[in-house]
Design a protein around this ligand. Sequence first.
Ligand SMILES: [Ca+2]
Ligand SMILES: [Ca+2]
Ligand SMILES: [Ca+2]
Ligand SMILES: [Ca+2]
Length: 311
Amino acid sequence: MKKEHRVILTVLLLAIASIAFLILKRPLRFDHLTDDTTSDTTVSDVTNTLHPDGREAKLLSAFFGLDNALPNALNQFIHREMGGNDGMPVVFSHELDVDTLQAGDFKVTTESGKLGRMVCVTLAPADDLGEWRTVLLAGEFGNLGNQPVKVEIVGNLLSKNGEVNFRGLSVPVIPLEDGPSMVMAKVIPEVEWEVEKEPTGLPLGGGSGCPPETKQVVRVTWEGGVTKPSGAEIDEVERQLYKVVVLNEDGSTSAVTPFAIADKRDGDNNHRLCLDVEGAPQSVSFPAGHVTDPRRDLNPETFVEVISPEK
Ligand SMILES: [Ca+2]
Ligand SMILES: [Ca+2]
Ligand SMILES: [Ca+2]
Ligand SMILES: [Ca+2]
């Protein structure tokens, strides 16, 4: 082989090796939000559970959403071993510091006393501004005949501002056959309205923003789900079913419908209810039988009080 041919061949081989390396090492989209460490690695002496906003740190819900049925597509986006496992979203009262989140922070116990096996935990796909409070647990947590009944935080897991520790807190698990309810509603700061933001167009994460006419926004967080029964994104039908009670300046209350819904097309458990009225939002309600979790279990009638903007 001529010398110049050897040089070309070497350059070609190096290029192929580099491309292969880049493909194999390509970071997953949600790597920064996902952890599979089976023990807690957070060093912390924080023991406080009262957040400076005046609300107690709590686990609001744990929802046994899927039994051995997390889609294989998640292996590509979130974690290579997620597909075929159980999926259980856990909703926290406050946003989390992702650096303190390890799979080993969670302990799942079944009805028979068996412990769950964690594969990974992730804040995906609920990754928009203000949403880092839903952790999706993937692993083997039980089945229809021996359901998980309790999720406990057994490691140091801190709020985003580092001021409260969820260690020692626990929550009962909502059974597999149940549909999702709303678990939290909050008036959100203007920066989180993400006015006119387009969704990323990817199947997970990065939802749409509210229209420019928006006067205020209530974010509702569901225990799990949430889509139409077909699996399609919600539309005008579901928008008109949401009722928000607002307290007017003269002391009267009105039930209003959001004029638009944002945080769509991102596969998570949040909706932003965009309102074009003044008045302080008090509560949100949604009637039974219209939206589902990925197992197609329909929602019960659901009502949640709204957390005020300063909290
Ligand atoms: Ca931790
Ligand atoms: Ca979202
Ligand atoms: Ca299972
Ligand atoms: Ca959403």
